[in-house]
Design a protein around this ligand. Structure first.
Ligand code: COA
Ligand code: ZN
Length: 316
């Protein structure tokens, strides 16, 4: 098996991608407590919120207050999603460490999600990159629907390469390839990651995977084998884009971290601390959902055998 980096960076996107689609509004105090809890888990980055229109994403309408009130832990980069200049202004007002600009690789999802054509979004992001450089704030760019669009189907690789190239040239500090609705499959992930890495040499790539069709962990391995060493993930597997039909959760952070730890790859994330947060998520979002790793724990969290075994077979 090809092996990738011996250490990866995990970006927790639960507070942003996770909460943006939840029906129940999570009160600001609880959002701040969620982020503060995550800050103690050892993440490289936490995507705290998004500076989007509150009409588009009412769940994150309190973005500025959340960013203002979280406790900044040294060593953690606090980032936020930004789609336009207005979002940049709001993010800068509250001292966001790093911005995650967003546009889609496909035309129809860009229009549905951001109400702009791709050309309009690209021009807007290039303006933001210039302004952010002036302010000394680094910007990553996330390319949604890079592996397929729920409206347009397969997205030409050339479109992704062209956007990545233009944004890198305009000053993007990193590029994230997003599988918005879990359309990616492992050989496709490996191929696209290799091609983008060649197109924008020296620019770190991040994989942003959703588990809609059960392929997120397999896709993470495929990306890692090509040298990708940054992964977005959401605690409890929350998440999804409200403007993408069929969208569902991100790759679970706890499953991603557990898998890489089993393989001897350093993630920096404290799995028991993270699982303690995952335990509280159904209460945070006010609905039940399945979190299988909570019941099973780490693969070596073994159990006492049933008492009758000793009676029947004697001491082990
Ligand atoms: N933050 C806060 N408010 C914003 C804003 C921002 N970044 N951008 C626009 N607005 C406000 C405007 O001030 C305006 O308010 P008003 O109606 O009170 O005057 C209103 O939103 C409409 O502004 P407009 O520029 O016409 O935006 P739009 O309606 O064309 O929407 C986006 C464009 C990009 C702002 C919107 O589609 C959006 O926020 N999308 C984000 C989607 C998302 O996050 N998806 C999931 C993650 S991929
Ligand atoms: Zn996502």
């Amino acid at each position: 098996m090809n092996t990738g980096a011996s250490r990866i960076e995990v970006n927790e996107v639960g507070p942003r991608d996770g909460l943006q689609i939840e029906k129940a509004f999570v009160p600001t105090d609880q959002k701040v407590a969620f982020v503060d809890g995550l800050s103690a888990c050892g993440y490289a980055r936490i995507e705290v919120t998004s500076f989007t229109s509150p009409k588009a994403i009412p769940a994150l309408a309190d973005a500025q207050e959340v960013m203002r009130r979280i406790q900044r832990r040294p060593g953690v980069v606090y980032t936020a999603l930004v789609p336009n200049i207005r979002g940049l202004e709001r993010a800068l007002e509250v001292g966001t460490d790093e911005l995650n600009l967003v546009m889609s690789s496909s035309e129809t999802h860009n229009r549905a999600n951001l109400r702009m054509t791709r050309d309009q979004s690209l021009a807007e992001l290039i303006n933001i990159l210039q302004a952010a450089q002036g302010a000394g704030v680094p910007c990553n760019v996330s390319l949604s629907t890079a592996f397929g669009c729920p409206f347009d189907g397969d997205v030409p690789v050339g479109d992704v390469l062209r956007l990545a190239g233009s944004l890198a040239e305009a000053g993007a500090a990193g590029i994230t390839l997003c599988d918005t609705t879990g359309m990616a499959y492992p050989t496709q992930v490996a191929d696209l990651c290799e091609q983008v890495a060649r197109a924008v040499p020296g620019i770190p790539l991040t994989a942003h995977l959703h588990n809609t069709r059960g392929m997120a962990l397999a896709n993470a391995i495929a990306a890692w084998q090509t040298g990708v060493a940054r992964f977005d993930a959401a605690a409890g597997g929350l998440g999804g884009c409200p403007f993408a039909p069929g969208a569902s959760g991100n790759v679970n952070t706890e499953e991603l971290v557990h898998m890489f730890q089993c393989m001897g790859i350093e993630t920096g994330v404290d799995l028991p601390a993270l699982l303690a947060i995952v335990r509280g998520l159904p209460q945070l979002v006010q609905r039940e959902f399945s979190t299988p790793m909570l019941a099973a724990g780490h693969r070596l969290a073994t159990h006492a055998p049933p008492a009758w075994l000793a009676e029947r077979f004697g001491p082990a």
